[in-house]
Write a protein that binds this ligand. Structure first.
Ligand code: NAG
Ligand code: NAG
Ligand code: NAG
Ligand code: NAG
Length: 245
């Protein structure tokens, strides 16, 4: 029997607890947030629809797309990002779901963001490209504890920080995964993933990831799995192999 880890999820702004079971094939997102002004004009709506439609076509080959459509107050800006290690087909499947779900879930707001295991989509009337998003943020953690939190927490921080350095090497496209034997008494392995939205510079990506690491005490220290998921970057560690080799 395969055990599905149970998660708690905590949003930065709402402090809502939701018991969450992981299911990558389900259309349920990890989380979504609607933001910005409400009740946009019909031309904003058309531009938004056009932008969202374009993502599931243009993004899968490269895993990332950035776009703006429209003029003045009807201009909508957005990006779509797939997890760095997934294939064209999974990227496309995820974006088809994500773009339609976020539109359904945020019918009035000018801005929205939705996160899945395999992809994320964000849009806004503000031109947010190249800026670190410090507002939209979600924490998730495995309910189970590790046995020696002090050693584990330090190793996890160092491991994620090392992955962040790897991710900002130009050829890595702001994405890195890795695994590490925990050593000592434990024969378990730690698996990690870090990724930034590719509108960030590599120095801002590093800053975003470093900030995410400093937030681990808010959610995840001593837990067998944890994620800090933001509008510009995300980090994740687990004690099971969730990353593709
Ligand atoms: C995961 O999602 C798939 C497709 O929606 C469903 O068939 C399956 O039962 C789900 N598994 C769990 C554990 O919820
Ligand atoms: C937006 O429109 C909906 C539907 O007409 C309405 O229920 C809601 O109160 C409106 N919100 C604002 C902020 O005007
Ligand atoms: C993990 O540790 C916390 C804090 O010590 C405790 O409240 C919680 O019940 C523990 N969880 C499990 C699954 O043992
Ligand atoms: C992080 O990288 C440093 C320098 O390369 C290395 O000495 C250290 O063992 C690494 N730590 C982890 C936890 O991966």
């Amino acid at each position: 029997m395969k055990l599905i880890p149970l998660y708690y999820l905590l949003t930065f702004t709402f402090l809502a607890h939701i018991v969450f079971s992981q299911n990558t094939s389900s259309p349920d997102p990890l989380y979504h947030i609607c933001f910005g002004e409400q009740n946009y004009s019909s031309s904003y709506g058309k531009n938004l629809q056009a932008l969202l439609n374009s993502f599931s076509v243009t993004v899968p080959p490269t895993g990332f797309g950035l776009g703006s459509i429209g003029q003045a107050e009807d201009r909508v800006n957005g990006f779509a990002l797939c997890r760095g290690d997934i294939e064209y087909r999974d990227c496309n499947t995820c974006l088809v779901t994500a773009t339609s779900e976020i539109h359904k879930r945020c019918p009035y707001n000018k801005g929205g963001i939705i996160w899945y295991d395999n992809c994320a989509v964000k849009y806004s009337d503000e031109k947010f490209f190249g800026k670190i998003d410090v507002t939209n943020k979600v924490y998730m953690w495995n309910l189970n504890n590790v046995t020696d939190p002090n050693v584990f927490n330090k190793k996890t921080r160092d491991f994620i920080t090392n992955l962040s350095e790897k991710a900002v090497v130009p050829s890595m496209k702001l994405f890195a995964t890795g695994e590490m034997a925990l050593g000592g008494y434990s024969d378990e392995k730690l698996y990690g993933l870090v990724q930034c939205s590719r509108d960030l510079s590599s120095s801002d990506c590093k800053k975003c990831l470093d900030d995410a690491v400093t937030e681990l005490p808010n959610c995840c220290e001593g837990k067998r799995g944890g994620r800090v998921i933001g509008g510009s970057c995300n980090i994740r560690y687990e004690l099971y192999p969730f990353v593709k080799a």
